[in-house]
Design a protein around this ligand. Structure first.
Ligand code: GAR
Length: 212
């Protein structure tokens, strides 16, 4: 399955996908990486892996629609079948999302529906939760909502700062996203009534959540 990655920054989740796709048995490949920010580190990661890396700077466009039209053209030019948006910090319009129903996969560093939006780790620490984690979900017009494909749990320590918690969760993200993309590419994820049915094999999600 040809995957198009939309990114904005350092792209460590993108790297996890690139590394997973190195395995010839992995059922997806990154066909193109598009950053809305010039100079994003993730673009270098793509280039180093021989993947087309494109900058489409949203600031160069008058409207979101114009920006997205350019993104759409690039995705189509590379035969993209599934989009993933790890660390992509632009909200997509309803009309763009409607073009890709059940075919945009986002990762968010909390156990949704808790702590959507920004300042995610600050929100978790302020709430005093003892467990946080990450969520991979299909994108719908509502931000950080949409059918959940997979989640991983990570402990919150008493002395955590947003940065230490983010770093712990990121380790789980790097395993969860490649697994969820694999499940989709293998046709094992079905959306029904706003939820997913996932044909996971026993133990397939084991070892992604951290010891609590
Ligand atoms: C990741 O932690 C991802 O979950 C988060 O941004 C980081 C991107 O890191 N996404 C969001 O907060 C979206 N709401 P990366 O560029 O190294 O993959």
């Amino acid at each position: 399955m040809k995957v198009g990655a939309l990114i904005s920054g350092r792209g460590t989740n993108l790297q996890a996908l690139i590394d997973a796709a190195d395995d010839p048995l992995y059922p997806a490949e990154i066909a193109v990486v598009i950053s809305n920010r010039p100079g994003a580190k993730g673009l270098e990661r793509a280039e180093a892996a021989g993947i087309p890396a494109i900058t489409i700077d949203h600031k160069q466009f008058e409207t979101r629609e114009d920006f997205e039209a350019e993104v759409q053209t690039a995705l189509e030019a590379h035969g993209v079948e599934l989009i993933t948006t790890p660390g992509f910090m632009r909200i997509l319009t309803n009309s763009f999302i409607a073009k890709w129903p059940g075919r945009i996969v986002n990762i968010h560093p909390s156990l949704l529906p808790s702590f959507p939006g920004i300042r995610v780790h600050e929100q978790a620490l302020e709430a005093g939760v003892k467990i946080s984690g990450c969520t991979v979900h299909f994108t719908v017009p509502e931000v950080d909502a949409g059918p959940i494909i997979g989640q991983a749990a990570v402990p919150v320590h008493d002395d955590d700062t947003p940065d230490t918690l983010a770093a712990r969760i990121l380790k789980a993200e790097h395993k969860l996203l490649p697994l969820c993309i694999r499940l989709i590419a293998e046709g094992r994820v079905h959306i029904e009534n706003g939820r997913t049915l996932v044909e996971a094999r026993p133990g397939e999600f084991e070892g992604i959540s951290l010891a609590l």
